[in-house]
Design a binder for this molecule. Sequence first.
Ligand code: ADP
Ligand code: ZN
Ligand code: ZN
Length: 817
Amino acid sequence: MQYFIDVIIPIPLKKLFTYGITASEAEFLKAGMRVAVPFGKSKIYTGIVFSIHNDAPTAYEAKDIQQILDETPIVNAKQLQLWQWIANYYMCTLGDVMRAALPSGFILESETVITKSNSITIDESVLKDDEFLVYEALQHQSSLKIHDISNILDKKNVLPVIKRLIEKEAISVEEEVYEKYKPKLVRYVKLNANFSSETALRQLLDDLSRAPKQKQVVMTLFSVSATTKKPVKVSDLSNESDASSSIIKTLIDKGIFEEYHIQTDRVQYSGEDNEDTKHLNTYQETALIEVKESFKTHNVSLLHGVTSSGKTEVYVKLIEDALSAGKQVLYLLPEIALTTQLVTRLQNYFGEQVAVFHSKYSTHERVEVWNNVLNHSAKAKIVLGARSSIFLPFDNLGLIVVDEEHEQSFKQFDPAPRYHARDTAIVLAYMHEAKILLGSATPSLESYFNAKQNKYGFVELMHRFNDVLMPDIELVDIKDKLKKKLMKGHFSDRLIGEMTETLQEGHQIILFQNRRGFSPIVECNTCGVSPQCSNCDVSLTYHQYRHQLRCHYCGYVEAMLKKCKACGSSEIDSKGFGTEQIEAEVKLLFPDYNVARMDLDTTRGKYGYEKIITALEQQEIDILVGTQMLTKGLDFRNVKLVGIMNADNMLNFPDFRAHERSFQLMLQVAGRAGRTEERGKVLIQTYNPYHNILQQVSTNNYVDMFNEQMNDRYNFKYPPVYKQIKITLKHKDYNRVETASIWFAKSLRQLFADFVLGPESPPVARIRNQFHKNILVKIPKNQSLSKTKEAIAKINNSFFSIKDFRSVKVILNVDNF
Ligand code: ADP
Ligand code: ZN
Ligand code: ZN
């Protein structure tokens, strides 16, 4: 009898690959274990065992596997099932899914090298025979590759031996390798407790005034750890403060910092005392009962609760129930909201049971969380994570919460798998027979539609906690000629007046502008030419702070022009405005107040975002200017005024979801205003105050918005009424992509007639030197989605059999956003 395994390899090829194994390996191997397998002429991949069987492949001769990399599966059966669903639904390969699902720390390089340990020579008598063989080989050769060890021991499952050798400190393993087995110590520092009193701290800062760099590091540590009360990683600290490690060492030597080494799995929790969960008010209590009731008949329910209604506390009660039933909980939320208040809030309630899973974490930290979930560790009963946390090895989920379910960041745009985490979470919940609650103040049309159709349970929570009034939303017409005259820069007199009053009362202000940089278009006054990106068909954005022109599509950067490149004129003008310009104008208008900016440019570091949030919380910032980052579930007590600088560019964005999104964005930003007794105020500047969406925002009328938008979606055959698949073709040669896309669209039309749109060039037709063409396939509810996909896949195959089209890249985006 011959034995084979089918293996998932992290490459975008459609199929599984079959390898030969021995009978004893067949006994040992299980689906979900990793194996190293040879591929092509010289490549080695880490693959996941998908199945074990006796059928030799017919098309090729199966090679043997090279290594067995696990002793027990790291991916469970439910996950493999989910991977298959994703590959199937989102039209990608299992390899694509594997790459997205596994932290990169799990994907080993087979060229991994182990070396002789530098530590003290060990007592050889403690080594077992197989350990000794490897150890001895290392005395002759200073390093070994894993497959050398395989040869020495004459077996493929050498990991247990390596693991034992690491434990005995007889060998060293290259950084970032075998993270799974190696407890890794990371250097942290915190301020010496001697300086915890305010006077001591002040004295210290005084003393350091002659060592400005050291002072800078102390300040950075302080601003970073003040919120989290946990030690800060030395590497983060030196990045954040631009300080060399020698300065940090000096501070340690002087006794100002205490240094310690922490095993990474201990850093997640700050060690605060556990807090009791809150007593719900009657509205929340009712909502909770209704949610539980809805779960009797539905697996999925939608909680539509206005901003600050206390949805989180309702989730918390449900989480308590799931935990006491011995179940795991997944709490999904947008990436950016993960760095803030919610984490602390949940940790205060649930202590160490909360694990956070976050893309800013190192691969090592992610492997750690993975293993904690896999091993049912008490440290990962609740996982709080962004979209990729759906891939963790849960096997006993009782509840999934999708907070801010309307957020478009739940959909992965690039690369494949182009999955939607909310929708995939629904499938995940189904597999676990778990319940899933979607929550939002501004639900997606999709979810609200499903709730209205009674496909989902539906619960409303329409009272703000503590009866705080919804903010007063006022539209400010800036088109009016008279009013225009009164404008200072981009600020209407109305906004300036309200800002002045708010500041005088000691309250804070948030200004929302959904574009970063100083101005999106730079133009020569003499000849009208404006500098374009050389890789993309888009104008360069002027960033004043660094005096640069930047492309927001490909990252291209050049120095700001002194003279027009076309005509040499030095009269360069800029048009439109972004956050930088607003910040600059505010500083001129209110020179006595502290102004800060929060956008992609100011939040790049791991703590960049946290620092600004902390400063706002501690009222060190009076006016914060920012992009949509501001909208994510933040709770600031003292913010009373929110200004939306320009509603029109959001509304006019060329996308069928632009109106829905503008509504969501504006109401979410508005929700930041007035979360305490005093009623908040929101001013929205616009050229078109009669726009329906603005009317609906100002009256907080979700239902009107929903009905009107749904009407459009029916009329124009858009989701959620129709499903759709977007097909994007890319090539560096315009003619080729045009011919190819016409061919593709024509083939589609033969099958789907009127339900095909395009090909069309998108608004930015060339990105990174690739021309794009889009084709949209609309799928009526009564047409089989899987049959449609099969047909598209078939066309895609014939497409690639045409020689001229082979170099064209085709991207299939199911349920595109
Ligand atoms: P949402 O998520 O609906 O915007 P939150 O859950 O953030 O609202 O609640 C808004 C504020 O009200 C928070 O500061 C929260 O601590 C507080 N809050 C909510 N429910 C309660 C409660 N039952 N008891 C005390 N405070 C509460
Ligand atoms: Zn010019
Ligand atoms: Zn570019």
